[in-house]
Design a protein around this ligand. Structure first.
Ligand SMILES: [Zn+2]
Length: 464
């Protein structure tokens, strides 16, 4: 068996690995490279294998860095099945349509504003390409083993990273033996709201494992519900707004879930709650349809409450006009809007209207990268630029750390040690991590690996 690493090799985007046996050629993930525009563009346009020769793609989850180049693969001639869980199929379609829309808007903007000898900018793919590639999807239920043709069995297990995320375990007949290959995708954290812990597997000959936070231990999961209760009650008393910049997938649903819990416990004051992101609204509907996949705590809440993302006072805002109307309203309110780092989306308009009023609060619940508006707010800079205007930052800034959707080194050690069991892992490849993280994880799990863990570089192949 030969494995070639085409993406997420020494970095965290563009997840894509090729597995070749005597009889099969399939991809694990087909993600978009993100980051520096020209460099990512070149990597996203050029597949290093021929998509026409692939039998299938196994998709771990619906984050764009894992699924985002499936339409590109289709355009380049791929016509095989794409295997993933039902929730991943629904979320991936929404995320890919959104990605196609953003690319079209970017191309229009660049063609208008960038002059000179540039060729005209084209999106990588269109909404039409997304619709075509989604017809190739075939779904796997968790923990059911599917026997595919020509001696290959595959089972997906809950990775606990986002709704629908999967760890895939293969049993592959190759050169007269059965080889057990495990691809983790992204591993979730134990004890996080809504999601199960990553499913503990045991027994693995070949591991392709993620290493995003291989050099980091997260702070303990915060008591988000109590923070929210205090902040919303303060806003209610002062008549202020609570602005929550949140990613549309995962984080928004976590916040709404906690507000719903507070409502059920009689602890949510009577303030309107607006979720102002059409993308988040579409994704929340998928969460509602797949509530049976949520964790034990959520299942207990479901006994008395049939929808964990709805309570009196919450409103999912669709139109731009309604979004503008919220800005004119007086009185206390909670506004949850994308994007999580305040770089795009409707949150910028809400910030522009409310950031200069000390009765208001901005609640930051995720990592804020350097050079983003979110980072400048966390740093409490006196003035911040929003939509090309300077505003004094007078609103209170609150921060809740520790809601990461990725396993840290403590969770990884637990999960990988369980996987190794008594027999150890024969071949270990660590992907989806910056070199320092991957190396730190390699050092941590070396004892349970029968051969030294390998941190592959992009384009490298290994025979196993
Ligand atoms: Zn992910």
């Amino acid at each position: 068996m030969k494995i070639t690493f085409y993406g997420a090799a020494g970095e965290v985007t563009g997840s894509q690995h090729l597995v070749e046996t005597e009889r099969h050629r399939f991809l694990l993930d087909c993600g978009l490279f993100q980051g520096h525009r020209a460099e990512s563009r070149a990597k996203n346009e050029q597949f290093l294998c021929d998509p026409k020769d692939l039998d299938a793609v196994f998709l771990s989850h619906a984050h764009i860095d894992h699924c985002g180049n499936l339409p590109g693969l289709y355009k380049a001639g791929f016509r095989g099945p794409i295997f993933c869980t039902p929730a991943t199929a629904e979320i991936a379609e929404i995320m890919l349509l959104d990605s196609a829309k953003i690319q079209a808007e970017d191309a229009r903007y660049l063609n208008k504003h960038v002059r000179g000898s540039h060729p005209s900018f084209e999106p990588l793919y269109t909404e039409d390409d997304v619709e075509k590639v989604m017809r190739r999807v075939e779904t796997f239920e968790y923990r059911e083993t599917y026997e595919l043709d020509r001696g290959i069995k595959a089972t997906m297990y809950d990775a606990g990273h986002i709704l629908g995320s999967a760890i895939t375990r293969f049993e592959i007949e190759d050169e007269g033996e059965i080889k057990r290959l495990v691809f983790t995708g992204d591993l979730g954290r134990r004890g996080m709201p809504l999601l199960h812990d990553p499913y503990p597997l045991q027994g693995c000959d070949i591991l392709i494992g993620e290493s995003t936070y291989g050099n980091r231990a997260h702070p303990p999961a915060p008591d988000v519900k109590h923070h929210l209760e205090r902040i919303v009650n303060e806003a209610f008393e002062s008549g202020g707004k609570v602005l929550i910049p949140a990613f549309s997938l995962g984080r928004t649903q976590q916040v709404v879930y906690y507000l719903n819990e507070l409502y059920n416990e009689g602890k949510l004051p009577s303030v309107p709650v607006y979720v102002d992101s059409p993308l988040a609204n579409r994704l929340t509907k998928v969460y509602e349809r797949f509530q049976h996949l949520l964790d034990a705590q959520a299942q207990r809440s479901l006994i008395d409450d049939h929808n964990l993302f709805h309570f009196p006072g919450i409103r999912y805002v669709q139109s731009r006009d309604e979004s503008k109307w919220i800005n004119q309203m007086d009185g206390a309110a909670v506004i949850i809007a994308a994007s999580g780092m305040c770089e795009s989306g409707r949150i910028r308009h809400h910030l522009a209207h409310h950031i200069d009023d000390e009765r208001n609060s901005i609640l930051i619940i995720g990592f804020q990268a350097q050079h983003t508006l979110g980072r400048r707010i966390v740093e409490k800079q006196k003035y911040v630029k929003i939509l090309d205007r300077d505003f004094p930052l007078r609103a209170k800034v609150e921060k809740i750390n520790g809601l990461s959707g990725h396993a840290d080194i403590v969770d990884m050690k637990w999960w990988y040690e369980h996987l190794a069991g008594e027999e150890g892992i024969n071949h270990t490849f660590l992907v989806h991590g910056e070199p320092d993280s991957a190396q730190a994880l390699a050092d941590t799990i070396r004892d349970i690996c029968n051969e030294d863990p390998i941190i592959p570089e992009r384009g490298e192949s290994y025979e196993v």
